[in-house]
Design a protein around this ligand. Structure first.
Ligand code: ADP
Ligand code: ASP
Ligand code: MG
Length: 414
């Protein structure tokens, strides 16, 4: 078999941890497998590097930031390759440009365009363990790029796809994907198998255990992903195509996202073209809008509420004031915004065939006297925006209310 193993920051967080990684890689190789390893920066290192750039400049140039933050992974690959050699194995390190992980030029959030797996295949054919830097790539002009926070997951799955590996193992500091973040809810339960679709929703709605793009990539190329702990040998969670018995679970998991803000535009004229006029300048300035709710009043006006990433809230309001003063007022008199929100969501493919999940969710929140500000649904998820101070309470209420701490077979009713 050809196995890709990705180790996250905590898993390579110290020399001792790297020695453990080296042992695991060698044990896998000894079982007769070819091993390609993708590593993250040591834990805390990417934050430290980002902090250095901000000490120097409050709006640092993206290209230079990528040159700086990509170095965390350069140190890790060298050290892990050395650790494997020290333990008696053969290893060769690769930076993104050396195994030609070509990306577009969107610094800090670049997308992988292609990977030339040949240098890695050559190393494997020579009996070496290939140790590849996660998170980084190179654009067509030779600039160093990075793939966004948590991007080493995507490097791992992309390398697995390029090499047609049998599995991509994601080693992290929890032993799998849980029904909700086990750090916040101690009775969260490990999920044995989850579909790509559900994992995609969980990841995009706040579960940072896998970067969203890594799940997209796994789904597109059919790479089985095994999320597991580098601290134990226990089986983790398999992320795989949907299987029939998965339908028995109505709600697979609960997530919370605390990084959005709400913007309300009041007293807009209730005529055609208004929403288009409002959102066009935001889209042009690359602000991604998430939930949108519009409500008509009886007096011919309408209120429009939407959410944006918190870091973009101020810019979004400024753009609206400048580009549509006729709608929102020259000084933004008709705009209100709120940073103190959180989005809680329940996710599960079983919702497709089950009515009543939304009703139960609303009741569970009401039981805790939590007011719902915005709601959005898709076939397999329901999200509610609430006041941020209730986020933890809401997650626990939903997790317990849907019986997620119980084994799937013991979860009764809705
Ligand atoms: P790594 O450095 O290995 O990439 P991350 O910190 O990016 O690790 O991701 C692992 C973390 O994801 C866990 O420590 C956990 O707190 C968090 N997490 C959030 N939601 C979930 C979930 N549903 N299941 C498991 N872990 C989760
Ligand atoms: N080191 C990068 C980060 O901290 C990438 C990763 O760890 O996946 O975001
Ligand atoms: Mg991560």
């Amino acid at each position: 078999m050809l196995v890709v193993q990705k180790y996250g920051g905590t898993s390579v967080g110290s020399i001792e941890r790297m020695q453990k990684v080296a042992e695991r890689c060698l044990a896998t190789a000894r079982q007769g497998h070819q091993v390609a390893v993708v590593v993250s920066a040591m834990s805390g290192e990417t934050n430290r590097l980002l902090d250095l750039t901000r000490q120097l400049h409050d709006d640092p140039n993206d290209r230079e930031v990528d040159v700086i933050v990509s170095t965390g992974e350069q140190v890790s690959v060298g050290l892990v390759a050395l650790a494997i050699r020290k333990a008696g194995g053969k290893a060769r390190s690769f930076l993104g440009h050396q195994c030609k992980i070509v990306t577009d030029s969107s610094f800090a959030r670049a997308r992988i365009v292609s990977i030339d797996g040949q240098p890695i295949r050559d190393a494997l054919a020579a009996g070496e363990i290939a140790v590849i830097a996660g998170f980084q790539g190179v654009d067509e002009s030779g600039n160093i790029t990075t793939l966004g926070r948590g991007g080493s997951d995507t490097t791992g799955v992309a390398i697995a796809a390029a090499l047609k590996a049998d599995v991509c193992e994601i080693y992290t500091d929890v032993d799998g994907v849980y029904t909700t973040d086990p750090r916040d809810v101690p009775n969260a339960r490990k999920i044995d198998r989850i579909s790509y679709e559900e994992m995609l929703e969980l990841a995009s709605l706040g579960a940072k255990v896998l970067q969203i793009r890594s799940v997209e990539m796994g789904m597109r190329h059919g790479v089985p992903i095994h999320v597991r702990s580098s601290f134990s040998d226990a089986q983790g969670t398999w992320v795989v195509p949907e299987e029939t018995d998965m339908e028995k679970v109505v709600v697979a998991g609960v997530t919370v996202a605390k990084d959005e803000s709400k913007i309300i535009c009041e007293d807009l004229p209730d005529t055609s073209g208004v929403a288009g006029k409002l959102f066009a300048p935001l889209a042009e300035q690359n602000i991604s809008v998430d939930m949108i709710v519009q409500n008509q009043a009886y007096d011919g006006t309408t209120d429009l509420t939407f959410t944006v990433p918190r870091g973009d809230r101020k810019r979004a309001v400024d753009i609206l004031k400048a580009s549509v003063p006729d709608l929102v007022g020259k000084n933004g008199e008709r705009i209100q915004s709120d940073d103190e929100i959180a989005k809680v969501s329940v996710v599960g493919v079983g919702m497709r065939s089950h009515a009543g999940v939304a009703k139960t969710m609303f009741q569970l929140l009401a039981n805790e006297n939590i007011n719902i500000q915005l709601i959005s649904t898709s076939e397999i998820k329901i999200s509610c925006v609430i006041a941020r101070k209730y986020a933890e309470l809401a997650v626990r209420a939903l997790h317990d209310g849907f019986g997620l701490s119980l084994p799937p077979s013991e979860r009764t009713g809705l």
